[in-house]
Design a binder for this molecule. Structure first.
Ligand SMILES: Nc1ncnc2c1ncn2[C@@H]1O[C@H](COP(=O)(O)OP(=O)(O)O)[C@@H](O)[C@H]1O
Ligand SMILES: Nc1ccn([C@@H]2O[C@H](COP(=O)(O)O)[C@@H](O)[C@H]2O)c(=O)n1
Length: 208
């Protein structure tokens, strides 16, 4: 598809990336989303205990080759089959979701700006910047409610891998952002400015 625009939304876990991405998806029909979360490597070969010990915040835990190849296919105008990931079992589901090429594709994830080959495919890079304490509180609540975790497991994972990987990979990748949204996805002023800009780009059909 000609003039397909790729917008990256990065930020730490629980920063509000999904919230911002959904706001952008609501601009008009036909905008599609590729979540880095869907591209976690399948850990079916490991026992459930071994899976839970994996460092899910290191770039090696994600199949970036597949994500990049899907972005390139969409750029060429071809549909892709996006994997579906199950956070409760740390594995890929059998089914996939067909994603058709679109004028605007939102790519979101904690590490997308930390991978140079992926970064250069993004036309606009937005970083959602939320204080660590707020992100942690949201993460505890979400992982217990939605991802089948206990408080103890969230605490152990946060201290062992989530926090150190955030400091090593996610936070430094903020330097590559074109736009930084402070305080998360409910920052109306910032989100509305990004939406207004995206609407202008979509009307013109290309980046400035
Ligand atoms: N500004 C906010 N204030 C309070 N809760 C929020 C805010 N933004 C997001 N949340 C909540 O925090 C959790 C994580 O937000 P989400 O957008 O999914 O973050 P991410 O995709 O970066 O992990 C969700 O449960 C969401 O409803
Ligand atoms: N099996 C998995 C895979 C990933 N995680 C955690 O998800 C976080 C990224 O997702 P967000 O929606 O919060 O951006 C990341 O910090 C991983 O630790 C997991 O817990 N289990």
């Amino acid at each position: 598809m000609n003039n397909c625009i790729f917008v990256g939304v990065a930020g730490g876990t629980g920063s509000g990336k999904s919230t911002v991405s959904h706001e952008l998806m609501n601009i008009k029909k036909g905008i599609v989303q590729l979540e880095q979360d869907a591209y976690y490597k399948d850990l079916k070969g490991l026992s459930v205990e071994e899976r839970a010990k994996t460092n899910f915040d290191h770039p090696d835990s994600i199949d970036f080759d597949l994500l990049i190849s899907h972005i390139l296919e969409l750029k060429k105008g071809n549909a892709i089959e996006r994997p579906v990931y199950d956070f409760t079992t740390h594995s890929r589901k059998k089914e996939t979701i067909r994603i058709e090429p679109a004028q605007l594709v939102i790519v979101d994830g904690i590490l997308i700006f930390a991978i140079p080959e992926l970064r250069k495919l993004l036309d606009m890079k937005i970083f959602v910047d939320t204080d660590d304490d707020e992100r942690l509180l949201r993460r505890i609540e979400r992982d217990i409610k939605e991802r089948g975790r206990t408080f103890e497991s969230v605490k152990e994972q946060y201290l062992k891998t989530v926090k150190p990987m955030h400091l090593e990979f996610v936070e430094p990748s903020k330097r590559y952002a074109d736009v930084i949204i402070p305080r998360g996805g409910k920052n109306r002023v910032a989100v509305n400015m990004v939406i207004a800009k995206m609407k202008r780009i979509l009307q013109k059909g290309h980046m400035d």
